[in-house]
Design a protein around this ligand. Structure first.
Ligand SMILES: C[S@@+](CC[C@H](N)C(=O)[O-])C[C@H]1O[C@@H](n2cnc3c(N)ncnc32)[C@H](O)[C@@H]1O
Length: 175
């Protein structure tokens, strides 16, 4: 059975209301500086919070939303269809990617097990600054920037920015 799009919209609006003030999605999309023709892998897409926003910035490209949870995949698929967004939903990551976006994923996956990719964007909770709230993983699960870098040997950090609770990192493969 396909999900009820109106109920999904309400749930996504609630998520946005709670999350936008600290996640700052518009700022993140600006930082991504997309050309508009890329294929961006949203690794661990969840509800698609960023997949939709990235897809809207890709008039000639697409988002590959990778999400192992079947219900979440159905949710993203329904939203993508309803809003005619260029999103392809997959249960598994491809072997290689042009660009990977990984937000709030570090407690699920070591990035070294992700796709081969020259350019990564990683957003996650900064153990130095994240408050102890229900939506923040326990401190023991948070990774420092140095721990993220260690997961992607051969890449170097080219951009570091700060969101209210999180770091935003861009890592590129060294020439
Ligand atoms: C905390 S959520 C973050 C979702 C999304 N990135 C966001 O910021 O809204 C982490 C997601 O990663 C997914 N996940 C878990 N293991 C994964 C894996 N090995 N590869 C890709 N996604 C995975 C989970 O099912 C979950 O939906």
């Amino acid at each position: 059975m396909s999900p009820n799009v109106e109920l999904l919209e309400l749930a996504l609006r609630d998520e946005a209301r709670a999350r936008d003030p600290w996640q700052r999605p518009e700022q993140v999309i600006e930082w991504l500086a997309l050309r508009g023709e890329e294929t961006v892998v949203d690794l661990g897409a969840g509800t698609g919070y960023f997949s939709y926003r990235i897809a809207r910035a890709l008039p000639r490209g697409k988002v590959l939303a990778v999400e192992p949870d079947a219900e979440l995949r159905a949710l993203i698929q329904a939203q993508a269809r309803h809003h005619q967004l260029p999103i392809q939903v997959e249960a598994q990551a491809p072997a290689a990617a042009e660009r990977v976006f990984a937000c709030n994923m570090l407690r699920h996956l070591n990035l070294g097990q992700g796709p081969e990719c020259d350019h990564w964007v990683v957003i996650d909770f900064d153990p130095e600054r994240a408050p102890e709230l229900a939506e923040v993983p326990p401190r023991a699960h948070l990774q420092t920037i140095a721990q993220v870098e260690a997961q992607l040997p051969g890449h170097r950090r080219v951009i570091t920015r700060a969101l209210p609770r999180q770091y935003y990192l861009e890592l590129s493969r060294q020439a």
